[in-house]
Design a protein around this ligand. Sequence first.
Ligand code: IP8
Length: 250
Amino acid sequence: MILIKLGGSIITNKEKPVSPRKKTIENLSKSLRKINEPVIIVHGGGSYGHYWSVKYDMHTKEKRYDPKGVATVKNSMIELNKVILDSLLKNKLNPYCLPPTDFMSGNKPITKKIKEIAKIANSDLIPVTYGDALWYGQKKTYILSGDKIMTHLAKILKPRLCIFALNEDGLYSDLKTKKLIYELQGERPSISENKMDVTGGMTRKVEEASKIAKMGISVFFVNGNKPERIVKAVKNRIFEGTLFRGKRIV
Ligand code: IP8
């Protein structure tokens, strides 16, 4: 099984509020069609969820946020999710939409529900979930990042590989020269960016990727504008991007 996170910066135009990158999404769908293995997709918020989270000052911390903000963020994520689902369906993949409320209770994943996601993925359906605003309890809510969802799913489902599709070639050791880090084996890279978003941008991704690699599962950061690189990684184990090598064989 393969887990794929489609980052918000790849599926939306981050410079323009509420705008999907339809052509890129379409190209990603076309490439995913070439993978003959169970796949689970998680997507981020980009200029949908993040745009509204900023507007309503909502973050990953559990707090009593403006209910209108909560409703607006959730609504916008449904809208973006629909664009992804439509593209997958059009390309003869069979998306099975799973809002994170299906398998999260507060900030805890529901193991039984997550195991069910594996069964869905093994039935010619592609479970699709996404980062969202979630109920925590006592009138509090929080923003759950799709990156965190990747860690929750990886821990329980132990996929062969986790892929993060980014709007960059991978992780750079030097942002100015864009020198790519090809492979990491347990070490935690120091990164100098950051175009921060409400869930922590690249810093959050590296944090979650390191956690997953520690579980023994390899994580691959790849440029989502070059979706053939995703196919090559899955089919031929050729990694044109940054590989966080886990102990288990990819
Ligand atoms: O883009 C956050 O998901 P992420 C989604 O994966 C929202 O961090 C609602 C901002």
